[in-house]
Structures are given as structure tokens and as C-alpha cells.
Design a protein around this ligand. Structure first.
Ligand SMILES: Cc1cc2nc3c(=O)[nH]c(=O)nc-3n(C[C@H](O)[C@H](O)[C@H](O)COP(=O)(O)OP(=O)(O)OC[C@H]3O[C@@H](n4cnc5c(N)ncnc54)[C@H](O)[C@@H]3O)c2cc1C
Ligand code: FES
Length: 259
């Protein structure tokens, strides 16, 4: 479902993959708000693409037009600035992990941070889900004018297989050069595999994590991710996904290490 929220004052354009904590004001919602990526910013309206998982998302799905919600944000860092160049950008979205890519593609096509626009042929979005019903709002992504490759485990739409298998198929077919810059958001196992692939092939890679969160603002220590001592975050053993992330360079974090 898409939830559109109009904050009391309009935000300036927000970097894609920044997120908000959201809850209803009544007891239908759990006390702790839930984190959601900004999906689209349309005028003064913030839109969220929400998959119902449990009590918090069910409560948000029951919201009626005109109701007030608690909205905390924008939070987190967001994707890096996408620049045009000889190395194309490949985005890997797993299921609802597609949400932070819509604004990213739109911003990259317009030119991020006042820079040059990224040509459409330098942006590829591999969008995966268990079946076609998990490719949420895929038509909206297709309408952005970049190449969108649908991938489903059961072959019900597009390529049969996951997004990493689709990437291999793109490479094998020569539709993408071997050197690409990867951006991924989705289930943790997909992110782990993307990080490993990038490390093995020496590719630049950024991962947007969808960790469980408590406060969203760095207070509760509820969202640790293990860092690599030799990575860009240095000697810290853990980073907080909500303030140092949710986007991390693949070489900065270790998703397999215990925290
Ligand atoms: C930075 C960030 C951005 C996010 N963006 C979006 C978004 O744009 N759209 C969206 O639908 N969701 C997004 N999520 C995930 C969303 O926050 C969770 O689905 C939500 O908190 C679930 O709350 P709930 O009360 O409905 O479910 P709960 O009752 O809390 O959980 C229900 C079930 O879902 C599992 N679960 C809960 N959260 C997650 C998670 N993050 N990853 C995997 N399993 C989980 C639980 O373990 C449990 O099995 C994002 C998460 C983060 C951290
Ligand atoms: S969610 Fe509380 S510190 Fe990150």
C-alpha cells in the first residue's frame, strides 16, 4: 500500500533512502514507531510504500484519509550521490526493498546535488520478489524510463531467479559491463550475498539495511551492525544503523558477524 502523509511544513527535497519513524496516534499502533524509507516526495506530500508485516504496519494500513499520524524524521544518511560516468549504476531491490530506489532514480535522472544528470542507460534496476505480486508498484518504476528487470523466484514475471542471478545473466549476455557500481536494499541474506559478490569482484557497493529499530535516533542501541576494522568506519566494532546508516558501503560492515 502507498501511504501519503502531509507534514505540517513542507520539507526541502530529501535524499533517497532517508527514512521516517511512523505510527498512528492511537493504541492500534505499538508504542514504538516503525521505520519506513521515503518512497516518493510529491510537492509537500511524503509517500511511503508499505508492506504489511505485523501490528505496526497493519495499524498504518488502517489509516483513513484525514487522520493524523506521528512522523519523526527525516532520519539516516541516504544513498550516495549518483554521478554519470563510464561505470554504470546497478540497483538491486528485493521485495519492499525497492522503496528507497524510486526517488534515487528520479534524483539521478535530474542530477543530484546540482551535478550532471545520469543518463538513463547508465541506470539499471533489478527488481526481485518471490512472485509477481511482490514486485510492488513495478509499473511506476518502469515509467521512470530506466531499464527495469523483473526477477521472480517462480518465473511468474520476467527473469526466473533472484536479483544476483539476474545480474550474472546480464553480465553473461553482455548487457552490462563487468564493472558496475552496486546499490542494494532487501532481505539481509540478499545484502550479505551482494556484499560478498562486490568484494570478490572488486566492485563499489552500497547496502541499505532494513534492521529492526527502536528509537531511530541513536539512543536505544537497538540497531547495531558489525563494522570491519579495516573498513572506512575504522576501529568502531559496531555502527548504529539509524544514524550511521541505513546506507553503508559494503566494505564498511560485516553482516555475518555477531553484534
Ligand atoms: C531504514 C528502514 C527502512 C524501511 N523501509 C521500509 C519501507 O519503505 N516499507 C516497508 O514496508 N518496510 C520498511 N522497513 C521495514 C519496516 O520497518 C518493518 O516491516 C516494520 O517495522 C514491521 O513492523 P510491524 O509492527 O508491522 O511488524 P512486527 O510485528 O514488528 O514484525 C512482524 C514480522 O516481521 C518481521 N520484521 C519486522 N521488521 C523487519 C525487518 N526490518 N526486516 C525483516 N523482517 C522484519 C518480524 O521479525 C516479525 O516476524 C524499513 C526498515 C528500516 C530499518
Ligand atoms: S534504533 Fe535506537 S539506536 Fe538505532
Amino acid at each position: 500500500m502507498i501511504l501519503a502523509v502531509r507534514p505540517p511544513a513542507a520539507f526541502p527535497p530529501l535524499r533517497a533512502a532517508r527514512f521516517f519513524m511512523l505510527r498512528r496516534l492511537d493504541s492500534l499502533s505499538p508504542e514504538i514507531p516503525r521505520p519506513f524509507s521515503l518512497y516518493r516526495q510529491v510537492g509537500d506530500e511524503l509517500q511511503f510504500l508499505i508492506k504489511v508485516m505485523g501490528r505496526g504496519t497493519r495499524a498504518l494500513a488502517a489509516t483513513q484519509p484525514g487522520e493524523s499520524l506521528r512522523l519523526i524524521g527525516p532520519l539516516g544518511n541516504g544513498w550516495p550521490t549518483l554521478t554519470p560516468g563510464s561505470v554504470p549504476w546497478v540497483m538491486l531491490g528485493g521485495g519492499i526493498g525497492s522503496a528507497p530506489f524510486f526517488e534515487l532514480i528520479r534524483q539521478a535522472r535530474a542530477g543530484m546535488d546540482g551535478g550532471a544528470p545520469v543518463p538513463a542507460d547508465q541506470l539499471t534496476f533489478l527488481y526481485g520478489g518471490a512472485h509477481a505480486g511482490f514486485l510492488y508498484d513495478i509499473e511506476a518504476f518502469e515509467a521512470l524510463g530506466v531499464r527495469v528487470v523483473a526477477c521472480t523466484d517462480d518465473g511468474s514475471r520476467g527473469f526466473r531467479g533472484n536479483v544476483l542471478q539476474a545480474l550474472e545473466a546480464e553480465w553473461d549476455a553482455g548487457r552490462l559491463p563487468r564493472e558496475v557500481r552496486l546499490l542494494a536494499c532487501g532481505p539481509e541474506r540478499m545484502l550479505e550475498a551482494t556484499g560478498k559478490l562486490a568484494a570478490a569482484r572488486g566492485l563499489e557497493c552500497w547496502l541499505s539495511l532494513e534492521s529492526l529499530m527502536g528509537c531511530g535516533v541513536g539512543i536505544c542501541n537497538g540497531c547495531p551492525v558489525a563494522t570491519r576494522p579495516d573498513g572506512p568506519l575504522g576501529a568502531w566494532t559496531n555502527a548504529k544503523c539509524c544514524v550511521e546508516g541505513p546506507v553503508f558501503e559494503g566494505r564498511a560492515i560485516d553482516l555475518e558477524a555477531p553484534v
